[in-house]
Design a protein around this ligand. Sequence first.
Ligand SMILES: Nc1nc2c(ncn2[C@@H]2O[C@H](COP(=O)(O)OP(=O)(O)O)[C@@H](O)[C@H]2O)c(=O)[nH]1
Ligand SMILES: [Mg+2]
Length: 233
Amino acid sequence: MRNSALVLLTLNEIEGLEALWSRLPIGEFAEVFAVDGGSTDGTLEFFAARGIPAVIQPIRGRGVAFRVAAEASHAERLVFFSPDGNEDPDDIVRLDDLLIGGADLAIARRFGPGAVNEEDGEVLRLRARVNDTLSRVANGLFGNGGPRVYDTINGFRALRRSALLELATTVKRFPIEYQITIRALQRGWTIGEVPTKEGARIGGERKAASWPVGMDHLKVLATELANVRMLAR
Ligand SMILES: Nc1nc2c(ncn2[C@@H]2O[C@H](COP(=O)(O)OP(=O)(O)O)[C@@H](O)[C@H]2O)c(=O)[nH]1
Ligand SMILES: [Mg+2]
């Protein structure tokens, strides 16, 4: 069995959970638990019925959830999975394998060769373009000319628990992943990516409204840049 934890991130995802549950590699992981942002749609009852512990966050937000997971787990590695339909359960084990193979951070990438994101085939692909631009900027500013990271933002990712703690992240909400990737790039960590096929949301509601979340990513970019300047002085 893997000395890793499969961490399920949920805020009202009952439809996705019901649809995906049989595809999750539960038996492979030493720990499986949920970090929940305050679900009221039966998500918590779903976990309870299956004996899956759910840690309820004191404050809402995915950034908080990442830190709560690191503190709740005893495993060496953490694989974060959000059961809303966007993420392909087949990639869960692949992400952990990248860490076992030596990567410090493993990301399921929705961009680059062999990958598919939710907006492929649409005309404007606005979200995809913003995502791609944010990734290019992060590589350019923090990558030190190292290998390109195609998807600096996707939440479907894995890293060692000690690494997450060491990064001392501060973001409370969505751009936690962007902060993690930027800090990993700055440190010259090995970042492995697996091409993924992003699926459509299965049910419930999206919590990441594009405009405010996009702005939050820019704020993270600004704070991380300011940190670099401060350290350089
Ligand atoms: N634990 C936890 N999960 C959250 C929170 N907010 C959103 N999520 C989960 O994070 C995943 C991604 O959220 P979503 O709204 O689909 O964002 P998008 O995929 O970027 O559009 C879903 O599984 C949500 O249920 C939160 O505050 N806490
Ligand atoms: Mg989603």
